[in-house]
Design a protein around this ligand. Structure first.
Ligand code: PEP
Length: 251
C-alpha cells in the first residue's frame, strides 16, 4: 500500500485568536485543490473551535498540540480527547520534544495519551527524536527504539496503523539546522525496522513517518523525495501561509 504524503503545521504557542483565524484562512486558500497530500494545522487550544469553522468543508484537517489521558475530572489546566473531538479535531501531536524537554513528558505519558487519543477515534502524531549529545554519543538508535517501544506499548497492530510518527531530531527543531535528506531517511529506515520487530514488516511499511526539524520550502523537495520520508511536521515555516504552501507544493 502506498503511503500518502502528510504535511502538518505545528503552530506551537503562537497566534492570538484573530491571528489564528487569519492564518487558517490563508492556509485554506494556499492549499486549495491539493488532493494528493494530507494537510493538517495543529493550532493552540483556544483557537481550535474558531479554526474548525474556517476549515470546515476544505481539505485542511484540524490538529491539537497535546492532550491529557484522563477522560475528565480534577486535572486543572488539562484538555481531554473528547473535548478535542467536540471541536472537530482529527489529529493530536503527542510527545513533542518540547513537551519532553520542558514539561516532563515521558514515554509512559506518551503511551497513555496515545491510547486515550485512539480510544476516542482521534489520530495521534507521535513524536520521537534524539538530542545532539545522544546522536554524537552513538545512542541515536537506542533512544529511538526506547521511545518507540514505550510509546507503542500495548497498542494493537490495527491501532498502530492509525498513528503517524514524526521523527524530529531535537537538534534540528527551530535551529535552522536540518538533517540531511540521507540522515532523515536513514533514521526513518531504522524506525521501520523497529516497527517491524514490534509488529511485522507489512505494518512497518504502511505507517506514515514525517520528518520534522527546520523543514522549509527550499529543503522540502529533497527531504520529501526520500523513499522513507512520508511528509513533514512543520514548526516555523507553518506560521506563514506562503511558506507552508511551499512545503505542501514544493517546486
Ligand atoms: C516542530 O516543532 O515540530 C518543528 C519541526 O519545528 P521547526 O520546523 O521550527 O524546526
Amino acid at each position: 500500500m502506498a503511503r500518502r504524503t502528510f504535511i502538518a503545521g505545528n503552530w506551537k504557542m503562537n497566534t492570538t485568536l484573530d491571528e489564528a483565524v487569519a492564518l487558517a484562512g490563508g492556509v485554506v486558500e494556499a492549499v486549495k485543490g491539493v488532493s494528493d497530500v494530507e494537510v493538517a494545522i495543529c493550532v493552540p487550544y483556544i483557537s481550535l473551535q474558531a479554526v474548525s469553522q474556517v476549515i470546515k468543508g476544505t481539505n485542511v484537517k484540524l490538529g491539537a498540540q497535546d492532550v491529557h489521558w484522563e477522560a475528565s475530572g480534577a486535572y486543572t489546566g488539562k484538555i481531554s480527547t473528547s473535548m478535542l473531538k467536540s471541536v472537530g479535531v482529527t489529529y493530536v501531536i503527542i510527545g513533542h520534544s518540547e513537551q519532553r524537554q520542558y514539561f516532563g513528558e515521558t514515554d509512559e505519558s506518551v503511551n497513555k495519551k496515545t491510547k486515550a487519543t485512539l480510544a476516542t477515534g482521534l489520530l495521534p502524531i507521535l513524536c520521537i527524536g534524539e538530542t545532539l549529545a545522544e546522536r554524537e554519543g552513538g545512542k541515536m538508535d537506542s533512544v529511538l527504539e526506547t521511545q518507540l517501544r514505550g510509546g507503542y506499548a500495548g497498542i494493537s497492530k490495527e491501532d498502530a496503523l492509525k498513528i503517524t510518527i514524526a521523527y524530529e531530531p531535537v537538534w534540528a527543531i527551530g535551529t535552522g539546522k536540518t538533517a540531511t535528506s540521507q540522515q532523515a531517511n536513514d533514521a526513518h529506515v531504522f524506525i521501520r525496522k523497529v516497527l517491524a520487530s514490534i509488529y511485522d514488516e507489512q505494518t512497518a511499511q504502511a505507517i506514515v513517518i514525517q520528518y520534522g526539524g527546520s523543514m522549509k520550502p527550499d529543503n522540502a523537495k529533497e527531504l520529501l523525495a526520500q523513499p522513507d520520508v512520508d511528509g513533514g511536521l512543520i514548526g516555523g515555516a507553518a506560521l506563514k501561509a506562503d511558506s507552508f504552501k511551499g512545503i505542501v507544493i514544493p517546486n
